[in-house]
Ligand binder design. Structure first.
Ligand SMILES: Cc1cc2nc3c(=O)[nH]c(=O)nc-3n(C[C@H](O)[C@H](O)[C@H](O)COP(=O)(O)OP(=O)(O)OC[C@H]3O[C@@H](n4cnc5c(N)ncnc54)[C@H](O)[C@@H]3O)c2cc1C
Length: 283
């Protein structure tokens, strides 16, 4: 079991990982990407102390170089659930899981809100994890909603199991040639059903399906962690970055505005110190 599980590879997660290492705690650091898109895309950054006029690419490289130089490794995976299990936390990652005494959520903010019905039918026909739930749909009709080309191998895996696979590629450069894949160039607008999911509604049509897989690199915090207090789309934290769930902390954009690098790295640091204090008090 790890002392700390850090989710997110942006500035907040980098800062949390560096400080966990410095404070000699065991940790696992997971992120859907090796660096944050929001760092890479910044044209020119003028408010990062000590690095005037740094480009996003330069800052992304500097952050990655810093962790690599300290021997800090990142596990490139999407975390699909965090559950409290008998005094510890279990993180679901594909067909694996990891246990930790504390969790630091450095998730950033998701621009797109969940589609109507997405949270309602999660676990009742909607899944975020191809390898965990794919086999439940052997020979069945499924839809796969994919937001990033990097997940195309998961679409192919699902096509190899399902009878019919309706693919909604929400990105450019879609390349899947499975015989049972039927492409729908629309965005889902609603998921409907009763006890279980029954259909996907999109502009101009609908499809009856047995299940929907939504492959995306970020999951809304309240869906990721059951019972987490989220207010106005942000995880509610105190000054120590503690959430309403004892042992879970949050840092960076996911805790609220201003959306800025230095706030993110500052909170990543604070969250680790709070996690260490929490573990010391729990012993
Ligand atoms: C174009 C642009 C320019 C900007 N310019 C500036 C600037 O000049 N100055 C400034 O201060 N700020 C700037 N910002 C804002 C800054 O980028 C953010 O405040 C900062 O990146 C927040 O860091 P973070 O670590 O909280 O989140 P992010 O950088 O968003 O990182 C979060 C990471 O967590 C990962 N993740 C989320 N959920 C999961 C999950 N379930 N499993 C695994 N991984 C997950 C995401 O994929 C992402 O990589 C800019 C933003 C943009 C988009």
């Amino acid at each position: 079991m790890y002392d700390i599980a850090i989710i997110g590879g942006g500035p907040a997660g980098v800062s949390a990982a560096i400080n966990a290492k410095i404070l000699n705690k065991s940790y696992i650091w997971l992120s859907s990407r090796p660096t944050s898109k929001k760092v890479e895309r910044a044209e020119l950054i003028k408010n990062y102390p000590g690095l005037p006029n740094v480009t996003g690419e330069q800052l992304a490289w500097a952050l990655m170089h810093h962790t690599e130089s300290m021997g800090i490794g990142l596990t490139e995976e999407v975390v699909t659930g965090v559950y409290e299990t008998g005094g510890k936390f279990t993180l679901l990652v594909g067909d694996k899981d990891y246990d930790a005494k504390t969790v630091i959520l450095c998730l950033g903010v998701e621009a797109a809100k969940p589609v109507e019905g997405e949270e309602e039918f999660l676990g009742r026909g909607i899944s975020y994890c191809a390898t965990c739930d794919g086999m439940l749909y052997k020979g069945k009709r499924i839809a796969v909603v994919c937001t990033d080309k990097r997940f195309e191998h998961e679409i192919e895996y699902l096509c190899s199991i399902a009878g019919t696979c309706y693919v909604f590629p929400l990105y450019r450069g879609y390349e899947i040639r499975a015989e049972n894949a039927k492409t729908v160039l629309k965005s889902p607008q609603k998921y409907e059903g009763d006890a279980r999911l029954k259909r996907v509604i999109y502009k101009g049509g609908s499809l009856d399906v047995d299940g929907v897989f939504i492959l995306k690199s970020a999951i809304s915090p309240a869906t990721l962690v059951h019972g987490l207090h989220v207010a106005d789309g942000h995880i509610a934290v105190d000054r120590g970055c503690a959430t309403n769930i004892a042992g879970i902390f949050a840092a960076g954009d996911c805790t609220g505005r201003p959306y800025q690098y230095v706030k993110a790295v500052g909170e990543g640091n604070v969250a680790v110190h709070s996690a260490v204090e929490y573990m010391a008090n729990a012993e």
